[in-house]
Every structure is written in C-alpha cells, then in structure tokens.
Design a protein around this ligand. Sequence first.
Ligand code: HEC
Length: 278
Amino acid sequence: MGLAFLLTLAGLAFYAAHLFEFQARLELQRESRLMLDSATATRAYTSAEILPLLSASLQHEFLPQSVPFYAATQNFLRLHAQYPDYSYKEATLNPTNLRDRATDWEADIIQQFRNDSHSRELVGERNTPMGPVLYLARPIAVSKECLECHSEPAAAPKTLLARYGVNNGFGWQPDEVVGAQVISVPLAVASSDAHKTLLKLVIALVISFVLLGFLVNWLVRRHVLAPLRQIATLADSVSKGDENVNFSSASAREFGVVVQAFERMRISLQKAMRLLGH
Ligand code: HEC
C-alpha cells in the first residue's frame, strides 16, 4: 500500500507541477494585461482631461503632469509598490527622453507591430542574466492629441523644447506605431507560486494517506483478521477432539460461507468418527 501510495503521489505531483506552473503563467499574463490596461486608461485620461486643462500653463512652465507617458509611469510606480516583480516601459524608436529608447529585442517587437497593423498584443519569453522573463507588449500608435508635442518642434510648447531639446521625439506621423508598452515579469515568480501550491497539495495528500492507512488497518483488523483468528481457534479445538465446538457461534458474518463449510466439515468429521466406532 505504501509503495502504491508513493507511486500515485509521484505521478500526481508530476502532473500537478506542470498544471500549476501553466496556471501560474496564465495568472502572470492576466495580471500583466490588467496593468497594461490600467496604463492605457491613464494615458487616455490624461490626454482627454488633464492636457486641455494644463496646455495654457505649458507655455510658461513645463508641467510633466500634462504628459500621458508621465501619468502612466507615475501610476505604474504606485502599482509597483504592491507588485514589485513587474516592470513597465514605453519603449520607443525615436523617444523624447533617451532613457526610453527601445533596446534590440524591444525594437524587434515594435517592428513586428509596424509590419502587422492588426497585431494588438505580443506575449513571449526571453532569457536574461537574471533568468527567463515573461513579457507582454502592445503597440503605441500616434493620435491627433500627440501631435502637439511629437510632430514638429515648432508646434511644441517652448518649455518642452527647453527641457528635452529639438532632436528627439519629433517627426511622428498620425497613426504611426512609434513604440510599444512592454510589461515584464520574471518567470521565477510563476515557478515559486506553483511550488507553493504543489507543496500544499503534497502535504494534504500525505496527511490523507496516513489517515486512510489507519482507517484501512483498523477495518481489516476488525472485520477480517479478528474473525479469521476466531475461526482458526475453533478449528484448532476441533482438531484436538473437542466435540462441543460450534462454528456457528463465530461472530464472523463476513465469513458466513466459510463458517458454514467448517461447521459441515466438523459434523462430517464427527459422523466419520462415530462410524469408526469412537
Ligand atoms: C504635452 C506634450 C505631450 C503630449 C500631448 C504627448 N506627449 Fe508623449 N511625451 C512628452 C514628453 C515630454 C515625454 C518625455 C517624458 C519623460 O521625461 O520621460 C513623452 C514621452 C512619450 C513616450 C515615451 C517615450 C519617449 O518619447 O520618451 C511615448 C511613447 C509617448 N510620449 C507617446 C505619446 C503619445 C502616443 C501621445 C498621444 C496620445 C503623446 N505622447 C502625447 C510630451 C507629450
């Protein structure tokens, strides 16, 4: 029974490990998607509601609160406190802030979005020195609200030019895909979640087995071994010549047929003995 349990446990654990890992990855993707949605919503809110309020002041003083990208990043920083494993970037081919320039693999993703205008999302894994990382990316397309600050330097607020210069982040065309929102999270997070769940399952299985083992042991002793022992004792007495033995007194209901057979044998034996003249 122990061996059967160990084999079952190993098989279940193996299967569950794969299942949990798969589930944990789906969960990471779901959370990443939610964060991208939240970043997109913040961008849209800033373009539609904050920028019109601040655009007059932008002529005197640069207010980063008017920039959709700034709003999305600030929003994400607050989320980051609760989800420290995730990182967010608006990777761009020709960025206003050079810090946001797309790296090689990000540029490949942006290129894929530029080549296929129907593609709305890319999910993938890549290896980094810190281990494999899951990423989820969505294209950033230029709409008319963006042109004020990203079309021609002449159209942009002077305060923006004073801060970022005229060389970067301009020349974007309407509807052009200029970059990608990329959210990344180490896959180790999924593995560690999966391992925790697996450990709980294995502990639950071991406890269940131990309890089941005790129960089966008790049932076998009570309903199999004890009655068999009683029949054996009675059979012993018969073999020693005790004629008063009555198998029907054995409390082994489960072994009714065996008890009857023994009883018949005892009676036949008695008759045979009598015939022999004892
Ligand atoms: C009020 C001016 C303004 C408007 C309007 C604006 N941006 Fe920007 N955008 C900026 C500035 C300034 C930055 C750099 C912020 C920083 O310091 O990282 C920036 C950054 C970005 C970035 C990050 C990469 C980079 O260039 O540094 C993206 C992507 C971006 N903007 C896209 C857009 C899109 C798409 C729109 C329209 C929905 C838009 N922006 C509207 C001023 C603006």
